[in-house]
Ligand binder design. Structure first.
Ligand SMILES: CCCCCCCC/C=C\C=C\CC(=O)SCCNC(=O)CCNC(=O)[C@H](O)C(C)(C)COP(=O)(O)OP(=O)(O)OC[C@H]1O[C@@H](n2cnc3c(N)ncnc32)[C@H](O)[C@@H]1OP(=O)(O)O
Length: 243
């Protein structure tokens, strides 16, 4: 699955919906057993959630958007398919969450390709299920430091803290993902799928039990004047970078 939403693969409502439909199609076709998730945007895996969806819109839109973000995470996190990410670019916040929801992560060895949950740098906070997904991957202490400081880890550090499983030269990222896949596909499917569910269901259940409350919290939080201002300032900084 090659993500293509130029220029930065930001996860707009339309793009989230496309990803969700693609994933559902693959999951319902018995011929498919695995997905390699990668990017078709040079140098960028994903810039995360689309800030334009969270800025200057009305509460109904925020609620619809957040429901789609929840849906995509739940679907990826609990997918019965083997999902491996071949991370071939910088990967921030919501994009990093997608990669963390995969079963295995290969990252291209380029110092520009940092990844992490950098929400605090924008003046916002990672929701509890983003946090739980990170904790499940790197452990509590590393996650706490990474989340508070909004750290984006370059490849060597991402490997060292366990945010990715392998770092390879840039031209080998897809072939390394394919080689890894062979090991996962050699395991009897039902045993691997049930084990994945055993490991992940408690984390997913937390959101499933509180979905509506989580949407309401998001809408209240993102609608605050101070948060809207922080997001506008961040977007402005991104644009000024060019001048
Ligand atoms: C009480 C508790 C309740 C709980 C509440 C929970 C609240 C949680 C709320 C939100 C969670 C959000 C998670 C996220 O994912 S936020 C997004 C974080 N993403 C980032 O910080 C990345 C930002 N982007 C960049 O750093 C760069 O763009 C980069 C990806 C490194 C690429 O750099 P470069 O190649 O130089 O490209 P440009 O910066 O020039 O960008 C090109 C254009 O794209 C626009 N852009 C970039 N990122 C985004 C984005 N995420 N959303 C929308 N648009 C984006 C950028 O402005 C440029 O636009 P233009 O060409 O018009 O200038």
């Amino acid at each position: 699955m090659k993500m293509r939403n130029p220029p930065v693969n930001s996860l707009s409502l339309e793009f989230l919906t496309e990803l969700l439909i693609s994933l559902e199609k693959l999951e319902s076709d018995k011929a498919f057993h695995a997905i390699i998730l990668t990017s078709d945007c040079p140098g960028i895996f994903s810039a995360g959630l689309d800030l334009m969806e969270m800025c200057g819109r009305d509460p109904t839109h925020y609620a619809e958007y957040w429901k789609a973000v929840q849906e995509l995470w739940l679907r990826f996190y609990l997918s019965h398919l083997v999902v491996i990410s071949a991370i071939n670019g910088v990967n921030a916040a919501g994009g990093c969450l997608l990669a963390l929801s995969c079963d295995y992560r290969v990252l291209a060895d380029n110092p520009k390709y940092a990844m992490g949950l950098n929400e605090t740098l924008l003046g916002i906070i990672a929701p509890f299920w983003f946090k739980d997904t990170l904790v499940n991957t790197v452990g509590h202490r590393t996650a706490e430091r990474a989340l508070q400081l909004g750290l984006l880890f370059p490849p060597a550090e991402a490997l060292q803290v366990g945010m990715v499983d392998k770092v390879v030269p840039e031209d080998q990222v897809l072939s390394a993902a394919r080689s890894e896949l062979a090991q996962w596909l050699a395991i009897p499917g039902h045993a691997r799928q049930l084990t994945k569910s055993l490991m992940r269901k408690p984390t997913a259940d937390r959101l499933l039990k509180e979905r509506d409350a989580d949407i309401q919290n998001f809408v209240r939080f993102i609608s605050r004047d101070a948060i809207q201002k922080a997001l506008r300032v961040y977007l402005e900084k991104l644009k000024q970078k060019k001048t």
